[in-house]
Design a protein around this ligand. Structure first.
Ligand SMILES: NC(=O)c1ccc[n+]([C@@H]2O[C@H](COP(=O)([O-])OP(=O)(O)OC[C@H]3O[C@@H](n4cnc5c(N)ncnc54)[C@H](O)[C@@H]3O)[C@@H](O)[C@H]2O)c1
Length: 343
């Protein structure tokens, strides 16, 4: 099979990680690295590389051997760079967030659909072995009926100037939630509370409560002001509870056969007699392969192009995450009210 000709646009902080992983995949031929700052592209490919560098997107788009472009430019440029690539007939992978708004994301989706090309959003966490395992446990029924998703992502983080803590950190949790939810589940409404105790002009910590189809609930806690770093997600189900501690390299995932069950009806008499049963079974720590998530991202991009199918995290997943973030902003602007999801 001929390798897929690829280009990377944007060689700042994240682009070099993409470049390293793309170079390691045999079925991809990295042909170009493009950055408005040419010296960054040169630095990213190294002095003895045969990969061409340019500061002009046109060079990339004019090369018929380029079938795919990975875009790692700032979020505000994703729409323009993405549309230019799609309109040139290139398959496209765009870094998260897919765009700055759901309406921009819709433009990308429509363009990719019309051009018949793949549109992927790099929700990197979805390609970690831990999240892939959680998805298979939840979707495979081992967790049972989904009851709750509780995610904490806090540390002494960089206080961003252009986005609040929700837009900065919650896309990770929201893309993971979107990825693991079984068919038929979706986020129905969002209520957000944020605080800005240091006067940054935007929320620096906050809590998101999400109502899901079927009565399940999700909670996301994000914070730039925490002295300790916590990256823990709990996925509660009627059969098992999965705890993912991303800072625990030897046991990232723990699956507990523990839970609480209520026997008896809900009317007053039955409630008096009902029995609360505690299930205290084993905990297992599923073995996880040591694979860099970005390597899986790049391979998924390549195989979705080869197979002409939507990637696991296609443009629609990027759009769903943006819709939740927009509802979050509306909730914050309205004192934390529950905001139904549009679209
Ligand atoms: N998946 C992840 O976990 C992850 C992690 C970090 C960043 N990101 C995402 O990657 C993207 C880039 O972030 P970053 O931190 O690398 O930014 P950055 O500012 O460090 O780098 C962006 C680069 O793009 C170049 N650039 C800007 N506009 C361009 C254009 N029109 N054409 C060509 N080059 C252009 C800039 O010169 C710069 O070198 C963002 O969307 C960010 O959210 C994703």
């Amino acid at each position: 099979m001929e390798p897929i000709g690829m280009a990377v646009v944007g060689a700042g902080y994240w682009g070099p990680n993409l470049i390293r992983n793309i170079k390691a995949v045999d079925e991809i031929d990295l042909r170009w690295v493009c950055d408005l700052d040419r010296s960054r592209a040169e630095l990213a490919v190294g002095s003895r590389s045969t990969v061409a560098v340019t500061d002009s997107l046109e060079d990339v788009l004019d090369d018929p051997a380029v079938a795919a472009v990975a875009i790692a430019t700032p979020a505000g440029t994703h729409l323009d760079v993405g549309l230019a690539c799609i309109e040139a007939g290139k398959n496209v992978m765009i870094e998260k967030p897919l765009a700055l708004s759901s309406s921009d994301a819709e433009k990308l989706l429509t363009a990719a659909h019309d051009a018949g090309v793949v549109l992927m959003c790099d929700h990197t966490y979805c390609y970690t072995p831990a999240v892939q395992k959680i998805r298979s446990l939840v979707r495979g029924g081992q967790v049972g009926h989904l009851q709750y998703f509780d995610s904490v992502r806090i540390n002494l983080g960089i206080v961003q100037t252009d986005v609040d803590v929700f837009w900065d950190l919650a896309p990770h949790d929201l893309s993971i939630l979107d990825f693991i939810l079984p068919e038929g589940y979706r986020v129905e409404a969002v209520a957000a509370q944020g605080a800005d105790p240091i006067g940054a002009g935007q929320a620096c910590l906050g809590y998101l409560a999400l109502r899901l189809t079927g009565g399940a609930i999700a909670h996301v806690h994000v914070n730039w002001l925490s002295p300790t770093k916590i990256r823990t997600t709990i996925i509660g189900g009627s059969r098992r509870i999965v705890v993912w501690d991303d800072l625990h390299p030897t046991q990232r995932l723990s699956m507990y056969d523990k839970g609480v069950e209520l026997n008896g009806g809900l009317d007053v008499d039955a409630r008096r007699d009902r029995l609360i049963g505690y299930r205290v079974g084993d905990m297992v720590a599923p073995a996880l392969p040591e694979i860099e998530a970005l390597s899986n991202v790049v391979r998924e991009f390549a195989s979705s192009i080869r197979q002409g199918r939507p990637p696991l995290t296609d443009g629609t997943s990027g759009l769903r995450v943006l819709r939740i973030l927009e509802a979050t902003t509306r909730s914050l602007e309205n004192g934390g009210v529950s905001v139904p999801l549009e679209g």
